[in-house]
Ligand binder design. Structure first.
Ligand SMILES: Nc1ncnc2c1ncn2[C@@H]1O[C@H](COP(=O)(O)OP(=O)(O)O)[C@@H](O)[C@H]1O
Ligand SMILES: [Mg+2]
Length: 290
């Protein structure tokens, strides 16, 4: 974590109680309240359960954090199941929701370029690729029914990379065993989610979870163009990136989920487009200097 040189074991209940000092509330979702805290003079994030009814989601999130520790996921520092607490590395730039405000700060304005923004989109797709090919199997990022919700699940690191933070709703798809998923038992609405997540039987039939067909990880692919569009924003050069992503994004938006590309394919396309644009930039720079 941060500048730490040596690994240490995850903190347990006792260490959490003794060594962690809560400083202030910095975030809140449906499941957790998140406090900036201090452990051994280091800043950490202490997440605590909001409502007893959400214990299962909280514990699922903890299991996922434990199993998915990698460069794509926030670092777990400790946990205590007895009082539903999780300690993770603190990221002062907060969630992706604040990305535009962060880029507008005087000290970060010079980082607000299409290159850096496109790199964030590449990070985002890398995380989705990781979740779809995780050590646990194919995981779907279900806590993603609107753009703000998606953005609130990812943190911006101080060196402007992304990590997944909120893993409370990551059901497993296993097509060989016939296991498909649903993102919760309630009706999902809105134009952000994939069409297969919407109630298919029309307004004349009352929603009933038993009649709602399950789906797979391609719901995450459907949402990629909207997230990338937010990440690219409107800076000089971002429209050229959009132009080059037009075809792959059209494929992500295919009505038939099985016709959408995998996250791996989207990632490869993004990386190819970045390399192409950087090459063009280098060529025009060298022409200018002639
Ligand atoms: N490690 C962290 N560093 C900085 N901010 C965080 C951290 N973890 C969470 N937050 C903030 O708290 C918010 C809610 O956290 P989250 O884990 O998504 O809770 P919930 O499960 O209730 O949705 C995040 O959107 C983010 O703004
Ligand atoms: Mg959340």
């Amino acid at each position: 974590m941060g500048a730490m040189k040596n690994c240490s074991a995850w903190l347990n209940c006792e260490a959490l109680k003794k060594e962690v000092r809560k400083l202030k509330l910095v975030g809140e979702g449906a499941v957790k309240k998140v406090y900036l805290s201090e452990w051994k003079e280091m800043k950490v994030a202490l997440s605590q359960l909001t409502l007893p009814a959400l214990k299962e989601d909280f514990l699922h999130g903890l299991r996922m954090l434990q199993s998915l520790q990698s460069r794509h996921v926030v670092t777990l520092v400790g946990y205590c199941e007895d009082n539903y607490s999780i300690l993770t590395e603190y990221h002062p730039l907060g969630s992706l929701k604040h990305l535009n405000a962060t880029f507008n700060l005087p000290k970060y304005q010079n980082l607000n370029t299409w290159q850096n923004r496109f790199e964030l989109a590449i990070d985002y797709v890398s995380i989705i690729r990781y979740l779809h090919n995780s050590p646990l199997g194919v995981l779907v990022m279900c806590d993603s029914n609107d753009l703000d919700k998606v953005l609130s699940q990812y943190l911006l690191t101080s060196d402007f990379h992304l990590v997944a933070n909120d893993l409370d709703a990551l059901p497993l798809v296993d097509k060989e065993k016939g296991v498909w998923v649903k993102c919760g038992p309630r009706e999902i609405m809105g134009d952000f989610v994939a069409p297969e997540q919407l109630w298919p039987h029309g307004p004349g039939v009352e929603f009933h979870d038993d009649l709602m067909p399950p789906y797979d990880e391609k719901t995450d692919i459907w949402k990629i163009p909207a997230v990338t569009d937010y990440l690219l924003d409107h800076v000089e050069g971002s429209d050229i990136v959009r132009f080059h992503l037009f075809d792959i994004h059209a494929e992500c938006k295919r009505q038939n989920p099985s016709m959408r590309p995998s996250a791996q394919t989207v990632l490869e396309t993004y990386k190819r487009v970045l390399a192409l644009l950087l090459k063009e930039l280098a060529q025009s720079d060298s022409k200018e200097s002639l």
